[in-house]
Ligand binder design. Structure first.
Ligand code: SAM
Length: 471
């Protein structure tokens, strides 16, 4: 039964009408976990849930400022609900990549990765639809240090936000690419895990973004369904035999969720993966009708999070990766260059190379991937750009300052919160008695960027395009 307009009664009073599309409600009838009244009620109530996920390479536990009232997200080892939504923009820790503001349901990806892949092994992982970087930052945090992540975004205009978030996250084992899914056919059988967080009709975010409701239609669901199939078919050859493809959407529609799962199992000849989720998490298992494949649904009236669907399948056929004979050779740093740069880096096995005049660093374990990826894809970033090595000095990149590879014994000027905000606005800060030359600036033990200390003043090298404009 589909009502014409709805009054939620979830909290004992009549709530205002919500304009959820009737066709959406009727199409969801019969789906596991769907309760029309509760679903409409939770949208009418409009309660906002705020959650963050902490960067384990930069901080343990909840940042002090959020400690009061924070509760762990049950399915995430690094996620926390906050009792209200602070003004994140004025928190220097956000700009330093200490945490990512992420919707809680989507953090269930961590469980899917843990239960379907051996994360203690070095893995090659592709996040195909990566901007703005929520899933990529999560994936990077649960992979072993000798794994690598290719974080891809095809839409050129969205690559910069992905890049900004990944730079701030600071990891060296990440490659950022901007390729169409079909370009990954050049990497047949290369990846152990592929995550496709597909573009979708977006109904799962209606509570958080009610303005998107007007753009929803059954036609857009159908369009998304076809696009999702195309993306998956294009990228499938890049998965090795026995590898796992994780598919997710923020749509409630069966056509974009269970039907796609059915199609993958049947047409791509994949095997469904069943996961375990304790009953108290209230994540609902759903079974795709034709194939019997398992999916997992988050409903906002059942748990503290938005609408989300996720499923994993394993590839049955295919083989292992065979590298082509001819690959682009990276421009490896000379011994002398390595020595000059060495003091800027923490102890470790690093691979240093030059790309377009800038020196870069990758973990030694990821070096072999560079020629492969460089030959097949449009690489926007590989590892951490370190800077330009001039005859006199290294002119360091911002990326190095906020990365986890920077030498912890370099000089740091510690700032108060107010001073840190001045720095993040790209205004001049007093260098105190810092030594002349390049100095890191930090806040609560976290690096925010570089200044260059000159006699009696300093130059602020925070990236202009990322500076805080809001007062
Ligand atoms: N995974 C991201 C995260 O967690 O922050 C969100 C990804 S969003 C749901 C889907 C992404 O797919 C968008 O960044 C969008 O630009 C990208 N996209 C759109 N059309 C695409 C296509 N045809 N192939 C691959 N990606 C596409």
């Amino acid at each position: 039964m589909v009502p014409g307009s709805w009054w939620g009664r979830g909290i004992g009073v009549l709530l205002p009408i919500v304009n959820l599309p009737k066709e959406l409600i009727s199409s969801l009838e019969g789906l596991p976990g769907f309760d029309a009244e509760a679903f409409i009620g939770v949208h009418a109530a409009g309660r906002q849930v705020t959650s963050i996920r902490v960067n384990p390479d930069k901080m343990r536990g909840v940042p002090t400022a959020f400690r009061e009232g924070a509760r762990p997200v049950p399915w995430s080892s690094q996620g926390y609900y906050l009792p209200d939504r602070p003004s994140f923009i004025f928190d220097p820790l956000l700009h330093g990549g200490t945490y990512y503001v992420q919707e809680a349901s989507s953090m269930f990806l961590e469980q899917v990765l843990r239960q379907t892949a051996d994360l203690s092994r070095p893995l090659r992982v592709l996040d195909l639809c990566a901007a703005p970087g929520g899933k990529s930052t999560l994936i990077q945090s649960v992979l072993s240090a000798d794994s690598l992540l290719v974080s891809n975004e095809v839409i050129r205009g969205r690559v910069h936000i992905l890049q900004e978030n990944m730079v701030k996250w600071g990891a060296a084992n990440v490659f950022i690419t901007s390729n169409d899914p079909q370009d990954f056919r050049r990497l047949e059988n290369y990846f152990d895990v592929i995550v496709v967080d597909a573009p979708c009709s977006g109904s799962g975010l209606f509570r958080r973004e009610p303005e998107a409701i007007g753009e929803w239609s059954l036609d857009s669901v159908r369009l998304c369904h076809s696009r999702q199939q195309r993306i998956l078919a294009d990228v499938w050859p890049a998965l090795r035999q026995g590898g796992v493809l994780i598919y997710s959407t923020c749509s409630y529609s069966r056509e974009e969720d269970e039907d796609i799962l059915d199609w993958m199992i049947r047409d791509l000849d994949a095997e469904g993966c069943r996961l375990s989720a304790p009953a108290e998490w209230n994540i609902v298992e759903t079974v795709a009708a034709a194939s019997g494949g398992y999916g997992y649904r988050c409903w906002p009236d059942r748990l503290a999070g938005e609408g989300f669907f996720i499923a994993a399948v394993r590839k049955k056929d295919g083989g292992g990766y065979v590298a082509p004979r001819r690959l682009v050779s990276p421009d490896r740093a000379t011994k002398q260059e390595e020595q000059r740069i060495g003091s800027w880096l923490r102890e470790g096995e690093w691979f240093l190379f030059r790309h377009q005049e800038k020196m870069h660093v990758l973990p030694g374990t990821a070096a072999g991937a560079l020629p492969v990826l460089q030959s097949a894809l449009y690489l926007k970033r590989a590892g951490v750009p370190l800077g330009v090595l001039s005859a006199k000095e290294l002119i360091p990149e911002h990326d190095l300052a906020v990365s986890t590879v920077v030498n912890p014994s370099l000089p740091v000027l510690s700032l108060s919160k107010e001073e840190a905000l001045v720095y993040l606005r790209k205004e001049e800060i007093a260098p105190g008695d810092s030594p002349l030359g390049w100095t890191l600036v930090g806040y609560e033990g976290l690096n925010l960027g570089w200044i260059k200390v000159l006699p009696r003043r300093s130059n602020n090298y925070y990236p202009k395009e990322w500076r805080i404009l809001k007062r």
